[in-house]
Write a protein that binds this ligand. Structure first.
Ligand code: HEM
Length: 539
C-alpha cells in the first residue's frame, strides 16, 4: 500500500478535489480570496490610468484570454449526453467483457458530431456523423468511436490527412463548411476510387439525418472478441435506434440551417429534458476468426466494405438509453477524449490498416487539444475503475501520487503486489498468427481491390424515391465543383456503379451522356454472395 499523502501538519491531502467549481456564496479569486467589487478596475483616480497592481483585473482578463482550446481537427462540431447501457448477456459466451453480461448497468457518455465543419457550423449539412460512446465499465473505459455510416473513405490510415484535407474547406477561401460541395473533395474521391462506396452513402439521405436520435451507428472496423476460455470471434458493432432511421429532405436541411443551425443539438437536449429518452440497441455481426479473416468473399479488414445483414444478421447484445444532458458543455462535450485504443478485457482490435493508424492518432491529437498527457484525469474522462498507474507528473497533473518508486517490481513502497500475469481480469493481448516469411511492404492486399460492387449494391437497394435523392445530391454537389475535368471523372466513376445513375447525373450537370464503363483497376468483380444479393434488388 502506498502511504496516504499528508500536508505538513499531518492532515490527509484531499486527492479527490470537488468537481463542481462554484463553492460558497461569495465571489472569490481563483485562490479563494473574497472579492468586494468585480465591475471596476483599480485606477489612480476615477478617470485613470488603470493600475497594473490590480490582481483581480489581471487574473480575470488573462483567464478569459485563454478560454478557448483548439477545436478537434475533425468532428469539431458535436453535442453529448449521458446515459446508461444495459447488457442482455447474449454476447457473454463470446467475450469476457463484464459490461456485456446480462443485466449489468454501465454509465456512458455519447458524443454525436459532424465531421468536416468548424465548431460553430450548422448541424443539418450533408456530412457523415460521428457516434462516439464512452462506457465507464468496472474494468476500465471502453470507447466505441463510430460513425453513422458503416464504411469509410479510405483503406489505409496513411491517407487520412489527405482525405480530410480534400474534404475540409479550401485553404484559400475556407469554404465550404460541409463535406462534399467542392473541387478538392471530388478530385480526391474520383482519383482514390476506394472512396466511392462511402461517397454514395454521403450522397444518400443517410447524410442528412432528421435527428441524432434517429441515426444508426457503426464501429466500421472488424473487432475481435475474446471469451473467458480464450476462444476468439470477429465482430462488427451496430447501433440501431429504437425510433427508427429517419432523414430530412434536402430543402428542409437548407431552411433549418438558416433558421436553427443548432437543430440537432437542440433536439437532443430538448427530448432528453422532456423525458423522451432516446434509445439504441447495440448489436454485433459475428464471424468465425479464421486466418484469412474473410467472410463470403468480403475481406473483414477492409473498412470500405460492409457485410450485408442478409448474410450475417445483427444480434442484439444490449440497450443504450440517453437520459442526461451536460451540466457544462466545455467540461463534458469539449473535454471528452475518445480513443479506439481504450479497450477492456474481452475486446481487441484487428489488423485493419485504418484502425491501426487510429490507435496512434487519437491520443496524439489530444496531447495538443487538451494540453498535455493528463487529460484522462479530467472528470468526463475519468474511469470508474480504480487507477494505479506509473504515469507521473506532466502538464495539468492534478493527482497526488504517494510513494517513491514508480516502477515495478520494487521493495520500497510497501512491497510489490504486482506480479506479471497474475492480475485477475487483466487485459491479455490475443496471440495472433503473424504470417511467416512476410517482408515489409507498402501495399494493400488484392482482396481490397474491389471499389465498386458494394456501392452498386447500395444503389440497387434504394427505393426509386431514395435513388432520385441520390441523383439530385450528386448533381447539386458536383454542380458546386468548378473544374469540369473532375466532374467528368466522377461521372465516369458513376458509370462503374450504375449506368442510369451516371446518365441522370450527367444530364443534370449538362455533360454528354457517358459511355459504358471500361474495366479499370478497382473494378474487380464482387464475390458470388454479393452478386446474388444485387440480383434480388434490380433497378
Ligand atoms: C475524431 C483521427 C477514422 C470516428 C477524430 C479525431 C482525430 C481522428 C484526430 C479528433 C479527436 C479529438 O480531438 O479528440 C482519425 C484517423 C482516422 C479516423 C487518423 C483514420 C486513420 C475514423 C473512422 C471513424 C472515426 C473510421 C468511424 C468509425 C471519429 C469520431 C470522432 C473522431 C466519432 C469524434 C469523437 C468525439 O466526438 O470526440 N478522429 N479518425 N474516425 N473520429 Fe476519427
Amino acid at each position: 500500500q502506498s502511504p496516504v499523502p499528508t500536508t505538513p501538519t499531518g492532515a490527509p491531502l484531499d486527492a479527490e478535489p470537488t468537481d463542481m467549481a462554484q463553492q460558497g456564496a461569495f465571489l472569490t479569486t481563483s485562490t479563494g480570496t473574497r472579492l468586494r467589487d468585480t465591475d471596476h478596475s483599480l485606477k489612480a483616480g476615477s478617470r485613470g490610468p488603470t493600475l497594473l497592481e490590480d490582481h483581480h483585473l489581471r487574473e480575470k482578463i488573462t483567464h478569459f484570454d485563454h478560454e478557448r482550446i483548439p477545436e478537434r481537427v475533425v468532428h469539431a462540431r458535436g453535442a453529448g449526453a449521458h446515459g446508461v447501457f444495459v447488457g442482455n448477456g447474449a454476447a457473454a459466451d463470446l467475450t469476457s467483457a463484464a459490461f456485456l453480461r446480462e443485466g449489468v448497468e454501465t454509465p456512458v457518455f455519447v458524443r454525436f458530431s459532424t465531421v468536416i465543419g468548424s465548431r460553430g457550423s450548422a448541424d443539418t449539412v450533408r456530412d457523415t456523423r460521428g457516434f462516439a460512446t464512452k462506457f465507464y465499465t468496472t474494468e476500465g473505459v471502453f470507447d466505441l468511436v463510430g460513425n453513422n455510416m458503416p464504411v469509410f473513405f479510405i483503406q489505409d490510415g496513411i491517407k487520412f490527412p489527405d482525405v480530410v484535407h480534400a474534404a475540409k474547406w479550401h485553404p484559400d477561401r475556407e469554404i465550404p463548411q460541409a463535406q462534399t460541395a467542392h473541387d478538392t473533395f471530388w478530385d480526391f474521391v474520383s482519383l482514390h476510387t476506394e472512396a466511392q462506396h462511402h461517397t454514395i452513402w454521403a450522397m444518400s439521405d443517410r447524410a442528412i439525418p432528421r435527428s441524432y436520435r434517429m441515426m444508426e451507428g457503426f464501429g466500421v472496423h472488424t473487432f475481435r472478441l475474446t471469451a473467458s476460455d480464450g476462444s476468439t470471434t470477429l465482430v462488427k458493432f451496430h447501433w440501431k435506434p429504437l425510433l427508427g432511421v429517419h432523414s430530412l429532405v434536402w430543402e428542409e436541411t437548407q431552411m433549418i440551417a438558416g433558421v436553427d443551425p443548432d437543430f440537432h443539438r437542440r433536439d437532443l437536449y430538448d427530448s432528453i429534458e422532456a423525458g423522451a429518452y432516446p434509445q439504441w440497441e447495440l448489436g454485433i455481426q459475428v464471424f468465425e476468426d479464421t486466418e484469412e479473416q474473410v467472410f463470403e468473399g468480403i475481406d473483414l479488414l477492409d473498412p470500405t466494405k460492409l457485410v450485408p445483414e442478409e448474410l450475417a444478421p445483427v444480434q442484439p447484445i444490449g440497450i443504450l438509453t440517453l437520459s442526461g444532458t451536460p451540466t457544462n458543455f466545455f467540461a463534458e462535450s469539449e473535454q471528452v477524449a475518445f480513443h479506439v485504443g481504450h479497450l477492456v478485457p474481452g475486446i481487441a482490435v484487428t489488423d485493419d490498416p485504418l484502425l491501426q493508424t487510429r490507435l496512434f492518432s487519437y491520443v496524439d491529437t489530444q496531447l495538443t487539444r487538451l494540453g498535455g498527457p493528463n487529460f484522462n484525469q479530467l472528470p468526463i474522462n475519468r474511469t470508474h475503475a480504480p487507477v494505479n498507474d506509473m504515469l507521473r507528473d506532466g502538464m495539468h497533473q492534478s493527482a497526488v501520487h504517494g510513494g517513491v518508486a514508480p516502477y515495478k517490481p520494487n521493495t520500497l513502497d510497501g512491497g510489490c503486489p504486482f506480479v506479471a500475469g497474475d492480475a485477475e481480469n487483466a487485459y491479455v493481448d490475443v496471440p495472433r498468427a503473424v504470417p511467416a516469411k512476410s517482408r515489409t511492404v507498402r501495399e494493400l492486399p488484392a482482396s481490397f481491390d474491389d471499389h465498386y460492387s458494394q456501392a452498386r449494391l447500395f444503389w440497387l437497394s434504394m427505393t426509386p424515391v431514395e435513388q432520385d435523392h441520390i441523383v439530385q445530391a450528386y448533381t447539386f454537389e458536383l454542380g458546386k465543383c468548378y473544374d469540369e475535368t473532375i466532374r467528368r471523372r466522377q461521372v465516369d466513376c458513376l458509370t462503374r456503379i450504375d449506368g442510369r445513375l451516371a446518365a441522370s447525373v450527367a444530364a443534370g450537370l449538362g455533360l454528354p451522356e457517358p459511355t459504358a464503363a471500361e474495366a479499370q483497376p478497382g473494378d474487380t468483380a464482387p464475390s458470388p454472395a454479393l452478386s446474388q444479393l444485387g440480383e434480388e434488388w434490380p433497378v
